[in-house]
Design a binder for this molecule. Structure first.
Ligand code: TYM
Length: 334
């Protein structure tokens, strides 16, 4: 097996990216591009597993590309492209549909959450979505995958699929077993309204999340309204276990200010949550609003964004086609 590290990750173009995407994934993408070869994909084929308005989808693909660039991804260092433009993703997904097991997919909690109570009405695409995700990663024989904790189960499935392929076709170590890279301190940014749910694009209330394009005023309003606690901030981390919203605000603050959670808690001990909220809003404004402004600026030149995706597609296609040739051979396709 080649020992070379290769990073792959993807983000769905389903509208405005938020603080969860930023702290859980994008920041890690940027630091990894300084160390190893990285491929970052706007996963439009994943987005259409739930109906998307076609015009909106095009805009969202460009906006996600702009968000990649605005947070610091460099198209000269990383390969940046959109999934549907490399047809190998769909082809390998089909092959892996035949390797993956129904029992494995039935265990995927994200499908259960997204399909809701009426699973019969969910698209087949939504059900086999994790196989497409495995195809994304394995198409490039990626070794490392930076994601938030919500994607851990999908990553485990990708490893199972890789392993089964290697066993079935007697090609030990053909696919590397991809390792998740999940941020240690903040693997799951929670909703500002309900600290037991992850921050997400699909939650109805915009007050539940900080979007990368939020203005300073919006950030202040959202943090002010965020659920916290009526008592003062405790000095003991264990006392926060039953207060997930308060813990979430402290964790976000410690991450943004690059301090440990323990240090943040000891600094904040005995203070009102309004104090933390003022500090947190300030820190978020400094970190997030320049990104939002850069996204808006980049979106003014759509042809530039399209040309970046096109160049990325060319590079991705070369790796994908070479690997697909070997994959087709392994399974006996002529
Ligand atoms: P998506 O588009 O939902 O999210 C993109 C990235 O953001 C992370 N993330 C979070 N991290 C921490 N806290 C949160 N509240 C939060 N919300 C989102 C996600 O973990 C993810 O890393 N299936 C994937 C996209 C995908 C992919 C892939 C990822 C498709 N193919 C191959 C890696 C490799 C998804 O829907 O992410």
């Amino acid at each position: 097996m080649s020992k070379k590290k290769l990073v792959f990750s993807g983000v769905q173009p389903t509208g405005n990216l938020h603080l969860g995407n930023y702290l859980g994934a994008l920041k890690n993408f940027v630091s990894l591009q300084k160390q190893v070869e990285c491929i970052y994909c706007v996963v439009d084929l994943h987005a259409i597993t739930i109906f998307q308005d076609p015009n909106q989808l095009q805009n969202n693909v460009l906006e996600t590309t702009a968000s990649f660039l605005a947070t610091g991804l460099n198209p000269n260092k990383s390969i940046i492209f959109n999934q549907s433009s490399v047809s190998g993703h769909a082809e390998l997904a089909w092959i892996l549909n035949c390797v993956s097991r129904i029992g494995w997919l039935n265990r995927m909690t994200q499908f259960k959450d997204k399909a809701g109570s009426d699973k019969e009405k969910a698209s087949v695409g939504l059900y086999i979505y994790p196989n497409l995700m495995a195809a994304d990663i394995l198409l490039y024989k990626a070794t490392h995958v930076p994601v938030g904790a919500d994607q851990k189960q999908h990553l485990e499935l990708s490893r199972d699929i890789a392993q089964k392929f290697n066993n079935d076709f007697n090609c030990k170590e053909f696919f590397p077993l991809p390792e998740p890279l999940i941020p240690k301190n903040i693997s799951r940014v929670m909703s500002l309204r309900d600290g037991t749910k992850k921050m997400s694009k699909s939650e109805e209330s915009d007050y539940s999340r900080i979007n990368l394009k939020d203005t300073a005023d919006e950030i202040i309003k959202k943090i002010k309204k965020a659920k916290s606690d009526s008592n003062t901030i405790p000095g003991d981390i264990n006392a926060l276990e039953s207060k997930p919203e308060a813990l979430n605000l402290l964790t976000i603050y410690s991450e943004i200010t690059k301090s440990s959670l323990e240090k943040t808690i000891s600094e904040m001990e005995g203070k009102e949550y309004s104090f933390l909220k003022t500090k947190l809003a300030e820190a978020l404004i400094n970190e997030i609003t320049p990104v939002g402004k850069e996204i808006e600026k980049l979106l003014k030149d759509k042809s530039h964004l399209i040309s970046i995706l096109k160049k990325g597609t060319e590079k991705a296609n070369i790796i994908a086609e070479e690997n697909l040739k070997n994959i087709r051979e392994k399974i006996g396709l002529i």
